[in-house]
Ligand binder design. Structure first.
Ligand code: M6R
Length: 601
């Protein structure tokens, strides 16, 4: 939700900020703006829509070597130029960009800013006006910033320019992600490292309730009481090429294609010197000590969690519950005596999940995060962590992170089973290598999957995916993927549940796509297909070679071990969604109303 960048150095800031914002566009793309500071003062450019629209209105004659920028996913105030960031204080002295939500903005406005004419409908403007109000009252800028940030409730990652001080960018962070990038004679600020990876690979993490005084040559981190904190930069493990599309028309397609390679990389990363898949022994012990696992996640990560539950319960025989983060926060279930919480998050920044993490940590329970982003909030704050090693995922719709999450959950299940002395009926690395090959075979069937999308999804406004057991969870993800990128209303249902109500929606031509990879439910799901077909549905069966297939099935997946079928199913479900989105002329990588990193609750 919103991306922010900042630059202070010796080069043309406007170009660096615009490039950084383009890299961050996946975080929000309804309006954007930059503020440049030079000897003439603060120059603000903002525009509704994408960064390309902003680029068109930035005056190339304004030269500056420092500035801040923002790409917005609107929360307070409709997406238009007036509400786009940066926002300025009443006198124009200060300009601010902000990612997050100031929950008490109305009470702060009423208490401190009654005489100040506000120029936007945003919560953000309150912050910059408060800073100016305290400075006008006689405070120094740093003190005014700290006082303001002590007053605000909610989440913020901010960067602030002061017309009177062209040597400094003021930065603050609470709950929303923010990094400082360190270079030779320059510094950058960014919501994540991908934004500024062209500038530097050295980043400094910021903790909650910290500010930074950033100059060309130094970064001074302080807490809100002004106490200095020292922290060294770390080197990010990817480079600029990982964030590029290359010859692909869309990131989503590139990321779908990368999945076999990601799985192979994961096998290497989690293989020990004896050639076995292994998980950190501290994590295995934490699992052994737990009487129940609680998986907490949102969206696609939640769907990976549902598959993970099946794997952990069936392979390691450990009872496991899966919860949607935003529900768990206030609708907390009765917990077992010794729970272990597993958070799954591609970004590691999802606010709903973080709220639960903070809550259960306060309750004293152990926590493990599975994430793709080293150094992210959920990564830092959990007791134990496992990385997904999927590389930067840029398309808003998650693909390779989803399969990486399932793979890592299977590693947990396998390690937990082995630590309990449960004999496995498969050799993990061997089976998962087969899975990577099977994924490749499905990726090679793009033409066929494109044809399925054309045949089933080109004129429809709705569609259903049905499955049973582990295939049901695959269907939930298939429906989400289709919805988010093609805007076709889609639902994933348990095959047996249709007749209890949803079957009323089936009419002539309604597309119903069934996943059937498990022999024990093959006959039942095929009966469900018959039931809807009899009522006019246009049905498509996706089965598994030598396990559940029949001659007329529309797609037959290569055979893999029954535990790993969701990894192979992921490819057709993602490609069908991708091609349906193309047919509907949707913006595949940046679907409407969505953002990649959901940092507000
Ligand atoms: O970064 P996270 O995995 O925590 O994000 C969770 C969801 O917001 C995310 O999976 C979302 O559902 C994606 N749009 C899925 O494609």
């Amino acid at each position: 939700m919103c991306g922010i960048v900042g630059y202070i150095g010796n080069q043309d800031a406007s170009d660096i900020l615009l490039k950084g914002l383009s890299n961050l566009e996946y975080r929000g793309y309804d309006s954007a703006g930059i503020a440049l500071l030079n000897a003439e003062g603060v120059h603000i450019f903002k525009e509704k829509g994408r960064i390309a629209a902003l680029r068109n209105i930035v005056d190339p004659n304004v030269r500056a070597t420092m500035g801040i920028g923002h790409t917005r996913w609107a929360t307070h105030g409709e997406p238009n130029r007036r509400n786009a960031h940066p926002h300025q204080s009443a006198s124009g002295r200060f300009a601010i960009v902000h990612n997050g939500v100031i929950e008490n903005f109305a009470s702060l406005r009423d208490q401190y800013l009654s005489g100040v004419p506000l120029r936007s409908d945003t919560d953000t403007e309150i912050v910059v006006q408060l800073i100016e109000c305290f400075v006008t009252g006689g405070m120094g800028v740093e003190a005014a910033l700290r006082k303001t940030l002590k007053l605000v409730e909610g989440s913020y990652a901010i960067a602030l320019l002061d017309r009177e001080n062209p040597e400094m960018i003021y930065v603050g962070k609470n709950k929303s992600p923010l990094l400082i990038g360190v270079g030779d004679g320059f510094h950058v600020v960014a919501s994540d490292a991908t934004a500024m990876i062209q500038q530097t690979k050295q980043y400094v993490e910021l903790m909650d309730e910290e500010i930074v005084l950033l100059t060309r040559d130094s970064y001074v981190i302080k807490d809100l009481d002004g106490k200095v904190k020292r922290r060294k930069p770390y080197t990010v493990s990817f480079d600029a090429r990982d964030t590029e599309k290359g010859a692909y028309p869309h990131y989503m397609l590139k990321e779908i294609d990368e999945q076999p390679a990601v799985l192979r990389r994961l096998l290497q990363k989690y293989e020990d010197e004896t050639g076995h898949l292994s998980v950190d022994s501290a994590i295995t012990r934490a699992i052994q000590n737990a009487d129940r696992l609680y998986i907490v996640a949102c969206g696609t990560s939640y769907h990976a969690g549902l598959v993970g539950k099946q794997l952990i319960e069936q392979i390691a025989q450990i009872p496991t519950e899966v919860h949607i983060s935003s529900e768990f926060s206030y609708n907390t279930p009765l917990l077992s005596k010794k729970p272990l919480f597993i958070f799954i998050s591609q970004s590691g920044e999802t606010a709903d999940s973080r709220t639960v993490l903070v809550k259960v940590k306060k309750m004293g329970y152990p926590t493990l995060t599975l994430t793709n982003v080293e150094g992210s909030t959920l990564y830092r704050e959990a007791d134990y962590k496992m990385l997904l090693y999927a590389g930067p995922e840029i398309a808003v719709a998650s693909t390779k992170a989803y399969t990486a999450q399932i793979a890592v959950l299977s590693f947990i299940a396998i390690a937990a089973a082995e630590s309990k002395g449960i004999a496995l009926d498969f050799e993990p690395i061997h089976e998962l290598s087969f899975v990577a090959q099977a994924m490749e075979r499905m990726i090679d069937q793009k033409a066929q999957l494109k044809e399925i999308a054309r045949n089933y999804l080109s004129v429809t406004r709705n569609a259903f995916y049905i499955g049973r057991g582990i295939d049901y969870y695959v269907c939930m993800e298939a429906a989400l993927k289709l919805k988010e990128v093609s805007y076709i209303q889609a639902e994933g249902f348990a095959g047996g549940e249709l007749k209890h109500g949803t079957i009323a929606l089936i009419e002539d031509g309604t597309p119903v796509l069934a996943f059937t990879t498990q022999p024990n439910v093959n006959n039942s799901i095929r009966s469900n297909v018959q039931e809807v077909s009899t009522r006019g549905a246009y049905t498509c069966i996706i089965s598994m070679e030598g396990v559940t297939d029949k001659p007329d099935d529309q797609i037959v997946l290569p055979k893999v071990h029954r535990f790993f079928t969701p990894l192979v199913c992921a490819i057709p479900l993602q490609l069908i969604a991708y091609y349906a989105a193309l047919q509907n002329e949707c913006d595949v990588d940046k679907p409407r109303n969505l953002a990649k990193s959901v940092t507000v609750e």
